[in-house]
Design a protein around this ligand. Structure first.
Ligand SMILES: *[C@@H]1O[C@H](CO)[C@@H](O)[C@H](O)[C@H]1NC(C)=O
Ligand SMILES: *[C@@H]1O[C@H](CO)[C@@H](O)[C@H](O)[C@H]1NC(C)=O
Length: 470
């Protein structure tokens, strides 16, 4: 029993090892009947119950941990040095506690606080009395239940859309099931990947699948921790307008609806006017209301073309000014060119006060998007904030607003067929600016999104979440 018990740390109490275990038969340690389950961040009691008629005061306890590849001392209680009997070891400082008031009842359990994934493994409790020693092993299983998952619309895939479900904070790696409106497992093929945090060991999970047009539109993503038997689930219903092929029909019907509302508004307005001579303010409010609805529909339409964008981490200078007033800005450019047609992506502005973002066009006549050539300025269209002002850059710099504050995320929508670039305030679901791309010098070139590097480094591309939670 004692032969595999060779801790890295030599302790005075190890002298007791020479005593043959359990000879007197007076004492025994009750082995635990099942592993202990520790939840990450919580405490777990590792049981060690000594049985005997009288529990002597002069006892010593040693807890040793054996993980998959390591063995280390955790904590000891040495009854022979009453002035300082407790000792904690590296990796466990401030994390262990004995229950000395219960020693006389034989309760030699150890409380392990703030449990981590790396604590998973076997713990040996060794008990040393005057002329007796024995040990018992306890297994600790570690688990963590993560956050509620979020479902994201990643983009279009053929006739359908690709969805991903993300959740953080799981241990061990969870499983993910996608369910339909009946709560049944969906037939679509699913790819799930869990990545452990570099130091924490806690898993983040991402699961993806494609939803074809015509399949059950109610989608639920359920993340399961099999150790805890705990689940977290998010359910969304995907509107028709998110599918590429129904999109034009849906949008036109919504616009007709929107126009109808406008007519209705006008009728109500006429009646009201005849009754009480309402002023001009009323009319402009109603028109603004219809305008607003239309802007919102445009936003959702744009957003349904969401595509993933990955930035090259290396910054390069880009000239966003004009011939009289050059303005060199370090920018991060997308690794891949955008596809043809309509593309939408979102940029989080973070704490950045001065920023620029948009697209640049690269063609065979240029040295590539990664060149330091300032000729790119003629092929670049951007929205910029500087000193509290918002302006466009591209077809000549133009002031848009005196105030650039209040924007937290911008949606960028590129329609390469219409040769238009639009910027949306994601929070307000409203158009901030639109610009024509013009033919440019090389209309065959491809578009690359970019964002300025910023001093705070907080500008980032974010995934577009599904906007229609059930
Ligand atoms: C020992 O005492 C602690 C603290 O009171 C308690 O949580 C634990 O269940 C006890 N262990 C046993 C084996 O009785
Ligand atoms: C998990 O929980 C469900 C519902 O709470 C229960 O029906 C099931 O028996 C549990 N499974 C296990 C293995 O404990």
């Amino acid at each position: 029993m004692g032969s595999r018990f060779r801790p890295a740390v030599t302790l005075p109490i190890l002298v007791f090892l020479q005593i043959i275990p359990g000879v007197t038969g007076q004492y025994s340690i009750i082995p635990p009947d099942s592993p202990v389950l520790g939840v990450v961040g919580d405490g777990a009691v590792l049981p060690c119950q000594l049985q005997g008629r009288i529990i002597p005061e002069k006892l010593s306890i040693q807890w040793i941990f054996s993980g998959s590849s390591t063995e280390s001392a955790v904590a000891t209680f040495d009854g022979k040095t009453p002035q300082n009997p407790f000792l904690e070891f590296e990796g466990y400082r401030g994390r262990t506690e004995f229950f000395p008031s219960e020693f006389h009842q034989g309760n030699l359990s150890l409380l392990l606080k703030n449990v981590r994934p790396s604590d998973q493994g076997k713990y040996t409790c060794s008990v040393f009395l005057e002329n007796w020693y024995d040990q018992v092993m306890v297994e600790l299983d570690v688990a963590a239940q993560g956050a509620e998952p979020s479902v994201f619309l990643d983009g279009h895939a053929g006739n359908g859309i690709s969805l991903s479900c993300r959740s953080q904070g799981w241990f061990p790696a969870p499983s993910v099931v996608w369910l339909d409106s009946q709560g049944q497992t969906r037939p679509e093929e699913v790819t799930t990947r869990s990545t452990p945090g570099p130091s924490s060991g806690i898993f983040d999970v991402v699961s993806s699948m494609s939803l074809e047009l015509g399949s059950d539109r109610e989608v639920s993503c359920r993340v399961v921790n099999e150790v805890l038997n705990a689940t977290r689930e998010s359910r969304v219903r995907i509107a028709d307008s998110f599918f590429p092929s129904t999109s034009p029909w849906m949008i036109s019907s919504l616009i007709i609806l929107c126009v109808d509302l406008g007519i209705l508004g006008a009728t109500v307005y006429k009646m009201k006017r005849s009754l009480m001579e309402t002023g001009k303010a009323e009319r402009s409010r109603k028109e603004a209301g219809t305008e607003r609805l239309r802007a919102e529909l445009d936003f959702w339409e744009a957003r349904s073309h969401a595509v993933p964008v990955a930035l090259d981490p290396e910054a390069r200078p880009l000239d966003l000014g004009d011939a009289q007033d050059p303005l060199q800005v370090p920018v991060l450019v997308a690794r891949d060119a955008l596809g043809a047609g309509k593309c939408y992506w979102e940029v989080e502005l973070g704490r950045e006060r001065d920023w620029a973002l948009g697209v640049l066009r690269d063609g065979p006549s240029l040295a590539g998007p990664h060149s330091r050539d300032s000729r790119h300025s003629r092929h670049c269209w951007a929205l910029c904030a500087s000193q509290g002002q918002l302006f466009s850059s591209g077809s000549g710099s133009r002031l848009l607003r005196e105030q650039s504050r209040g924007l937290s995320a911008l949606g960028v929508f590129l329609d390469s067929e219409e040769e238009r670039l639009e910027f949306y305030d994601v929070e307000q679901r409203d158009l901030v600016a639109g610009m024509s791309l013009g033919a440019g010098e090389d209309p065959s070139g491809k578009f690359f999104p970019f964002v300025s590097q910023g001093e705070e480094g907080t500008l980032r591309i974010r995934s577009v979440p599904m906007p229609v939670p059930l």
